[in-house]
Design a protein around this ligand. Structure first.
Ligand code: PMT
Length: 390
């Protein structure tokens, strides 16, 4: 595997040399990138000699003429490891700042990122550093926590770079997870549907597409080929996913059935309207004095139809329930003929519709339900796919 080793300016930078060696012993190709501050402790020559590859130090370095290295290396990387990662580098990574080669390269990459912090204990405990680490974790960056001990500045506390063996183990685990869905096709329904009442009004719900997008990102991180069939949403989906845009449930059914042919996993994260107006009005309905009655007819059950049409696919639904009681979700699992269902309590504050986090109970037939606990939607999605893939 191709690993980019980013080294930032900590006294622990000297340990990055051994880390490079250990990762090479595990069969990986290492290409190093040093920040300016890292070069106060170690040199590019050290890493070039150790790895047999050029070492990047400047944002405009171009070891191969005509190939922008920050894009080229980002494209080729299977994983980026930043070890040691200083408070400055961590805060820049969390904020999306790209003002040197390392941070620019990370911005351009879509592969998994592992960050091993090393710094003075006060800098590690600093509220901003902690918030940045939380932000990175929510984006599925693996953090190898620093250890407690005596640090170079004479203080005692948490801030020592984790042992190299622990960093290597984390890299190996993240790489293994990044191949869990290699060669698999994953189809995800996402967002709401809009059921027209007339040409300007519709029935819909508060689904934002964030859960569907998180599942797409997680599946891509695990090596899958991803298609999203999405109702109207504002959020941006990952660029590497194919996105099929639809409006109402009937369109979503047709697109999902088409896209699911040959898929290995189909996940229904969309909040599909159960009913649609029977006779949408042409033009605009006019206001009158009398009450009006809207006749609704049931929409097709998309995920159930996918499960019937493609019995060899692993078809997984979501159950949005205003309760933590799992009995209704279990009934849906059986009625819709699904392999599994992820129940989320949409009445719990901070999770469910349009929230950043979720809290899922994964229910399979004849297996006790497992709980994700409250996490970012991306972390929930990684947890869900990991459970399904294993
Ligand atoms: O988009 P977000 O704002 O991030 O919110 C995420 C979410 C809360 C919408 C998501 O986590 C979720 O729970 N999605 C399913 C919502 C839902 O419609 O649940 P349901 O219990 O009504 O449906 C059960 C399953 O059947 C779902 O997989 C649903 O996609 C599917 N279904 C339902 C009705 C229908 N006509 N066709 C379907 O395929």
């Amino acid at each position: 595997m191709n690993i980019v080793l980013g080294v930032s300016g900590s006294i622990a930078a000297y340990r990055a040399a051994d880390l490079a060696r250990e990762l090479m012993r595990q069969g990986h190709t290492i290409r190093a990138c040093l920040t300016d501050a890292a070069q106060q402790f170690v040199t590019p020559t050290l890493f070039e000699t150790l790895t047999g590859n050029p070492c990047l130090i400047d944002a405009f370095d171009e070891p191969e003429t005509g190939r922008m290295a920050h894009i080229d290396w980002a494209r080729q990387a299977d994983l980026i490891l930043v070890a040691p990662a200083t408070a400055n580098t961590i805060n820049k990574l969390a904020a999306g700042i790209g003002d040197d080669m390392l941070t620019t390269l990370v911005l351009a990459a879509t592969c998994p990122l592992v960050v091993a912090p090393a710094m003075n204990p006060q800098m590690y405990a600093n509220e901003i550093t902690q918030r940045s680490l939380k932000t990175l974790s929510a984006r599925a960056v693996a953090i190898v926590e620093p250890q407690e001990g005596d640090v170079a500045c004479g203080e005692h506390g948490q801030g020592k770079l984790a042992p190299n063996s622990q960093i290597v183990d984390t890299v190996q685990a993240v790489l293994a997870s990044s191949r869990l869905l290699a060669g698999k096709r994953v189809v995800i329904t996402s967002g709401p549907t809009q059921e027209p009442i007339d040409e300007v009004r519709f029935l819909s719900n508060r689904s934002s597409g964030k859960m569907g997008s998180a599942i797409a990102r997680a599946a891509l991180l695990m090596g899958a080929e991803v298609t999203i069939v999405s109702g109207p949403v504002q959020i941006a989906y990952p660029l590497q996913a194919k996105v099929v845009r639809v409006g109402d449930a009937v369109q979503m059914l047709e697109a999902t059935i088409n896209e699911s042919a040959g898929a290995d996993i189909v996940i229904g994260a969309a909040a599909v309207a159960d009913y649609r107006p029977a006779d949408p009005v042409a033009g605009k309905m006019r206001r009158g004095k009398d009450n009006i009655t809207l006749t609704l007819v049931p929409n097709p059950d998309i995920i159930a139809q996918v499960a019937r049409s493609y019995p060899s696919a692993c078809v997984v639904g979501f159950a949005a329930e205003p309760t933590s009681d799992l009995s209704v979700a279990m009934e849906k699992l059986v009625r819709k003929g699904l392999f599994a269902i992820a129940a989320n309590d949409v009445s719990a504050p901070g999770t469910g519709f349009d929230a950043e986090d979720n809290d899922i109970a994964l229910i399979r037939r004849d297996v006790a339900p497992v709980m994700s606990g409250r996490r970012s939607k991306l972390a929930c999605a990684l947890w869900l796919l990991d459970n399904l893939a294993r």
